[in-house]
Design a binder for this molecule. Structure first.
Ligand SMILES: NC(=O)c1ccc[n+]([C@@H]2O[C@H](COP(=O)([O-])OP(=O)(O)OC[C@H]3O[C@@H](n4cnc5c(N)ncnc54)[C@H](OP(=O)(O)O)[C@@H]3O)[C@@H](O)[C@H]2O)c1
Length: 345
């Protein structure tokens, strides 16, 4: 699609008060993303409050059918239902939608983009571009450059997913339930299905009664195949919510078509965009969510041969990434930066 956005676009954020919404604002500011005007949209609960952007207080408006008049870029992070209802309205009003929900990710007409992997797909959009699932982005940024050199035929992932992946209220629940637990008070979970303090549990998405896979796992499997444009890549994944405030971690083991060494993986990852190697065996210093928080890069370490595969085709590693940034807001702003611009008048 040849639609172009203005060089100083009118940008709307639907879900501006949320965990991702706050990072949209901070990321645009930090990266010097040009914005002609910002429209801050959320629910009726937030209407009339303000958010600060580049020294200005922007009044939050309630999202409605008329919110997208004159908008060039609409960043959506208000849940799948809101995206399904309002993204078509925004597109009809002439905006390019970059959607953080899962509503359109598997739609064959919607590009699913991680700029380090498939930026070229952006130009195929028909109004909506989808931002992939955060657990998928965290794994795929470092796996892609390896896959390109030596096809990965199978990958096994175990996730350690932070509260921030479930939004601002889940982060608050982790803090509040931890405080209650330390003070010996009882705490009834409101946002997540199980006690969160000093505990971990299966990802809080629906479990398919037939397959036993939760929705988050299914997303990782399907989105990996769509982004890599490889229907045959075998993906095994277990998604778990852990009591970490921010940034997801993942243990990843992958098997390549040809033999691959630890040093080859290091060489590839050292040159990979969006990846930072943190792999200090002497100091026992490897990727941690506390270090990944607030960082753009996916941290990768514990790079080692998978000893369960004596053929030399398999490598294990441990990664951590700020899923509010690379897993959501940063990835979306990177996409927005790559949208074709209208020539200046
Ligand atoms: N958190 C992550 O790491 C992450 C990563 C990738 C994708 N996502 C996706 O991004 C979306 C938001 O996630 P989040 O973590 O930022 O959630 P969140 O912290 O719970 O924020 C939700 C946002 O949606 C707004 N909202 C809710 N109902 C609305 C309505 N009826 N009309 C207008 N706005 C409404 C809220 O506004 P009020 O404050 O007014 O209620 C708030 O701004 C979800 O689709 C999520 O799956 C999240």
């Amino acid at each position: 699609m040849e639609s172009k956005v203005s060089k100083d676009p009118v940008v709307a954020i639907a879900g501006v008060t949320g965990a991702v919404g706050a990072e949209f604002i901070a990321t645009m500011d930090r990266r010097g993303f040009r914005v002609g005007k910002l429209k801050a949209l959320a629910s009726a609960r937030s209407a009339g409050k303000t958010v600060r952007f580049r020294g200005q207080d922007i009044v939050i408006e309630e999202l409605n059918e008329n919110s997208f008049r004159g908008v060039d870029i609409a960043l959506f992070s208000a849940g799948g239902g809101i995206s399904r209802k309002y993204a078509p309205i925004a597109v009809k009003a002439g905006a390019v939608v970059i959607d953080n929900s899962s509503a359109f990710r598997m739609d064959p007409n919607v590009p699913l983009v991680i700029p380090e992997i498939n930026a070229g797909r952006i130009r195929d959009h028909k109004g909506v571009i989808a931002n992939p699932n955060c657990a998928a982005i965290t794994a795929l940024v470092p796996l892609w450059p390896i896959h390109r050199e030596n096809r990965i035929r199978r990958v096994i992932i175990a996730t350690y997913q932070a509260a921030s992946g479930a939004g601002a209220a889940a982060m608050e629940e982790l803090v509040e339930s931890t405080r209650a637990s330390l003070e010996g008070r009882s705490f009834r979970p409101k946002v997540l299905p199980h006690p969160y303090a000093f505990n971990l549990f299966n990802h809080n998405t629906t479990v398919d009664p037939e397959t036993g896979y939760n929705d988050e796992e299914t997303k990782v499997i399907k989105e990996t195949r769509k982004i890599f444009e490889d229907d045959k890549i075998a993906v095994g994944v277990t998604c778990v919510r852990v009591p970490v405030l921010r940034a997801h971690s993942e243990a990843i083991t992958f098997e390549c078509e040809k033999p691959i060494s630890e040093s080859e993986v290091r060489r590839i990852l050292a040159a990979a965009p969006g990846v930072k190697i943190v792999d200090d065996r002497v100091r026992n210093y490897f990727p941690m969510p506390i270090d990944a928080s607030g960082q753009d890069d996916v941290l990768v370490g514990r790079i080692r041969r998978d000893l369960s595969d004596p053929s030399g085709h398999s490598i294990s590693m441990f990664v951590a990434a700020d899923q509010l940034l690379k897993g959501a807001a940063l990835n979306a702003i990177q996409i927005a930066e790559l949208l074709p611009q209208r020539a200046m008048a």
